[in-house]
Write a new protein. Structure first.
Length: 115
């Protein structure tokens, strides 16, 4: 199983980014996919979930209405669209899949929101 995130970077407050996670090594369409984020010194936080059928949830009220998770089962890719970014969204964002009872993580992509 391999998960490779991309799309992070430096953005000004109010800006947008779209993160991508390319998955391989498992039957992507059969598994739920998740995005997490982590700030140094804090626990990793669940951001959004998308089921194998495409049902999606953004877990935090602070992100609802700004973040959207989606997937493309033909491209084996999950996305996180982030709009109206705030400095407190600064974190390393990780893609996650639990495959046959094992948690897999990507290497993470840094998102920095700053003027």
């Amino acid at each position: 199983v391999q998960l490779v995130e991309s799309g992070g970077g430096l953005v000004q407050p109010g800006g947008s980014l779209r993160l991508s996670c390319a998955a391989s090594g498992f039957t992507f369409s059969s598994y739920n996919m998740n995005w997490y984020r982590q700030v140094p010194g804090k626990e990793r936080e669940l951001v959004a979930i998308i089921t194998r059928a495409g049902g999606s949830t953004v877990t935090s009220d602070s992100m609802k209405g700004r973040f959207t998770i989606s997937r493309d089962n033909f491209k084996n890719t999950v996305y996180l669209q982030m709009n109206s970014l705030k400095p407190e969204d600064t974190a390393v964002y990780y893609c996650n899949a639990r495959v046959v009872g094992v948690n897999y993580w990507g290497q993470g992509t840094q998102v920095t929101v700053s003027s």
